[in-house]
Design a protein around this ligand. Sequence first.
Ligand code: NAP
Length: 294
Amino acid sequence: MHASDAGTWTLGGRTVNRVGFGAMRLTGSAAFHLGVPSDRRLAIATVREAVRLGVNHVDTAAFYFSATRSANELINAALSPYPEDLVLVTKVGPGRDPSGEWLDFARPDQLRGQVEENLRQLGRDHLDVVNLRVLGPGPLAEHLGALADMVGEGLIGHLGVSGVAKEQLDEARGITEIVCVQNRYSLEARSADADAVLEACGEAGIAFVPFFSLAGTGTAHGRPALEHETVLAVAWAHGATPPQVRLAWTLARGEHVLVIPGTGNPAHVAQNVAAGSLRLSEDDRARLDALAGT
Ligand SMILES: NC(=O)c1ccc[n+]([C@@H]2O[C@H](COP(=O)([O-])OP(=O)(O)OC[C@H]3O[C@@H](n4cnc5c(N)ncnc54)[C@H](OP(=O)(O)O)[C@@H]3O)[C@@H](O)[C@H]2O)c1
């Protein structure tokens, strides 16, 4: 079992395995301050298990913290000195004060401070990929321009965008090079625009990196207690778990689709990596496709 079992993709000039890891769930039983802070040793063991199984694409953010745990600090403690092949992706735009309250979306001149905050926490001099996490409609030029300046200075390797509609992706690509798009995308949350973004990324050679592919409608709270019968039936037929079916369906959407399942549980990391070798039939996929919008 290896994170490359579903293949690899070139992200910002580096080869990453298509099964990656999302760090938002390292900090507690639910994201942000919604749950109970995690056990630090277990969280560190989770990140190390991911890398041991070949994960070399890790998604994080400075605003991923609970009362007593910080995703960036845990990644730093678990992995530093970092493996040569690791691609660390972070995101800027949103911010939280020390008590966890959300701040206003960053002005362009505040993005440098957010980049530097990530550098300090991760213990690096350079961020491989930074996503501008957009929170709604509005021009992107000044924000992406500020980040592109930091690419020029060597603080950032490559840029991506997150939470974008198709027309925002088009706008972003007209401003600077975009290497990845991180959007919400799951069996249920899949609008025509969401698919249009996924397809446009494939045509342009841009990585599409979905979030909430397992949590679905549970969003930041985590996986809902009830799973769709179709997912359960496909899982049963393959001797797989429902999250593995969700990941396999997501990976089957295109070679440019990279998954970043989030977990604070080393056993779940292993199951998520194993999902990379689960191949669904056309019939399975058609049945799962029909869950869009449910
Ligand atoms: N750009 C953005 O705006 C944005 C927004 C949200 C998230 N993200 C990124 O995307 C990543 C993925 O999103 P996410 O973590 O919110 O949601 P997710 O990966 O869709 O689902 C995470 C939930 O699934 C559970 N889970 C994970 N693996 C499992 C398994 N094998 N079996 C059973 N349950 C499992 C986790 O609980 P356990 O901890 O118990 O395993 C957690 O409750 C995040 O970690 C973050 O890096 C980005």
